[in-house]
Design a binder for this molecule. Structure first.
Ligand SMILES: Nc1ncnc2c1ncn2[C@@H]1O[C@H](COP(=O)(O)OP(=O)(O)OP(=O)(O)O)[C@@H](O)[C@H]1O
Length: 535
């Protein structure tokens, strides 16, 4: 390798050719590789082991050892070492100043021992001797440098050098001091990251416990952890006047959540005004929201109060807020910022004290990018976002919701519908619910109306739910097979309802006992199975 300019101009031979050719140039390259290695991975190990490899490959040094002072116990601990014959993790080198490694860390000065075998004394800890046993036996040298970050000592970095290379220990020390500077940064960065990560983890556990214990608001069904998170947020925000933005797919329950917030708030006895921004034509939305003066436009025969005025002192729920026009966005922004507005066609400035809850299923961030939603309005409404998850992400809520709607619509329609059959439950569970809770509610309402025997069967559910597997008709590729599957289900249901008594089940199905017996044989149904089953 060629000399670098610095070696040549110094008019002295290049520093010893340990790296082959000019050591300075090689060191520079290696240091670059080392800093790249140290920036990898979240765990210290993922950075240190590649660093050891780079150093040993480039320099002929061996047996990298990293010790780090524990920030909790103050002990010096072997964090990583290259020689995997030594169980590093069990090596605690004790408090600073005990032993040889501790002395280097405490003094903050590097140390070089040219001949380990001749130097190890009783001052060394047994753990240190174990750590370097192979190097002592091989007559190697030890170069140890402190690791610092700013002025704080973090630990030590050491390598050994086989006997043949002992002439270069000074250059090794200088090189390792530079490496130690980079290692110090890497260690400190990961210590801080780990402490923050642990603190967040603890906070997370605490919050999850709180969420598990948190209240379940009346009228909101579902105990899935996703919904508990919603309840937790409702609980946190309800009593304040903070603007809330509820997000989620259509039918997921955003309006239900908004109503719950109002019900749980101190404004419960004050007005609650709902506005569906998507349902109002652009031409009238402003006058709907802010009212208009008499004669403001053709047809404005008298003064009309807007929804904000009607909600004075209470709460306004702006559903589908993503649908409002640019002009209305500007006016809304002013209301949110200053609490003032004028009626359409009016000059009098009105002051409002209204808590705003908004909801949308639109991607507002994308709308901001497109220029169809104002960023400043977004900041004003996105003060406390609550995300209502889609039903397919909280399947454990499906049955509870289905039972809730079953009871509601049975009561409303004066019907004694008591339960949902197992195949129907399977279908409800297997479906992907693009219309979310609203779709489930509509389906149960319809099924309650269709049911004649107090049970919701799979055939009471609409064809969109007939996913084959769920309705036990997965292999029903022909009409005959589908009919068989349905017949089988009806027979099983009848047997369940009549505790396995074939005569009663047959009567219920309008069959003779003999015909039902033949069917049981055909479908390999054992009626005795239902003797203890729930009626
Ligand atoms: N967790 C729930 N518990 C009980 N009923 C619910 C729940 N979630 C939703 N519902 C009911 O489902 C139906 C649809 O809910 P809601 O109108 O709140 O949905 P949404 O997200 O506001 O829909 P959209 O985006 O179409 O306005 C309503 O009848 C509502 O009462």
């Amino acid at each position: 390798m060629e000399e670098c300019d610095r070696c040549a101009s110094a008019k002295k031979p290049p520093t010893p050719a340990l790296f082959g050719g000019c050591r300075l140039m090689r060191e520079f390259t290696v240091l670059h590789d080392i800093s790249t290695a140290l920036s990898q991975g979240f765990e210290l190990r993922e950075a240190i082991l590649p660093m050891f490899r780079k150093v040993t490959e480039a320099s002929g040094l061996r047996r990298g050892i990293l010790t780090v002072l524990s920030r909790e116990s103050g002990d010096l601990v072997v964090e990583e070492l290259e020689d995997d014959s030594v169980p590093a993790k069990s090596l605690h080198l004790g408090q600073l100043e005990s032993g040889y490694f501790g002395a280097v860390a405490a003094s903050g000065e590097p140390a070089v021992i040219p001949q380990l075998s001749a130097t190890v004394t009783s001052d060394w800890l047994p753990a240190e001797r174990d750590l370097l046993r192979a190097a002592i036996d091989a007559g190697e040298s030890l170069i140890m440098v402190p690791i610092r970050h700013a002025q704080e000592i973090l630990g030590t970095l050491s390598f050994t050098r086989p006997p043949a290379g002992q002439a270069h220990l000074e250059a090794d020390e200088r090189f390792l001091m530079v490496v130690a500077g980079q290692v110090g940064l890497a260690v400190r960065f990961r210590q801080i990251a780990k402490e923050r990560f642990d603190a967040l983890k603890e906070e997370n556990v605490r919050l999850m416990e709180q969420i598990q214990k948190s209240f379940i608001p009346e009228g909101l069904i579902g105990r899935s952890s996703a919904m508990r998170m919603v309840y937790f947020h409702v609980d946190q925000v309800a009593s304040s006047k903070t603007t809330v933005l509820i997000r989620g797919e259509t039918g997921a329950g955003k309006e239900r959540v908004a109503t719950t917030i109002w019900e749980a708030s101190s404004r419960k006895r004050r007005p609650y005004v709902r506005v569906n921004c998507a349902a109002l034509p652009e031409s009238i939305i402003e006058s709907e929201l802010f009212g208009h003066e008499k004669g403001a436009f053709t047809g404005a025969l008298s003064l009309r109060k807007g929804r904000f005025e009607l909600a004075q002192g209470g709460t306004i729920f702006l559903d589908e807020i993503g649908e409002i026009s640019a002009a209305t966005q500007a006016k809304l922004l002013r209301v949110l910022q200053e609490g003032t507005y004028e009626r359409v066609g009016g000059t009098e400035t009105l002051h409002v004290d209204v808590r705003v809850i908004a909801a949308t299923n639109r991607n507002l961030e994308k709308m901001i990018e497109d220029g169809s939603f104002r960023l400043d309005l977004y900041y004003r409404i996105n003060v406390f976002p609550i995300y209502v998850p889609p039903l397919r992400e909280r399947r454990s809520d499906i049955l509870e919701l289905a039972d809730f709607f079953l009871e509601k619509y049975a009561r409303q329609n004066g019907k004694a519908v008591l339960r949902i059959s197992t195949p129907a439950i399977d279908m409800l569970m297997a479906y992907h619910w693009p219309g979310n809770v609203r779709e489930l509610e509509n389906i149960i309402e319809r099924a309650v109306l269709l049911s004649t025997d107090g049970v919701i069967h799979s055939y009471h559910l609409p064809p969109t739910l007939q996913t084959g597997e769920a309705s036990n008709t997965a292999s029903a590729s022909t009409l005959a097979e589908a009919v068989d599957a349905l017949e089988r289900e009806l027979i099983v249901e009848a047997l369940k309802n009549h505790r396995g008594i074939v005569a009663q089940a047959a009567r219920h199905l309008g069959l003779t006992e003999r015909v039902l017996g033949l069917r049981l044989k055909k479908y390999a149904i054992d009626s005795r199975r239902f003797r203890t089953a729930e009626a």
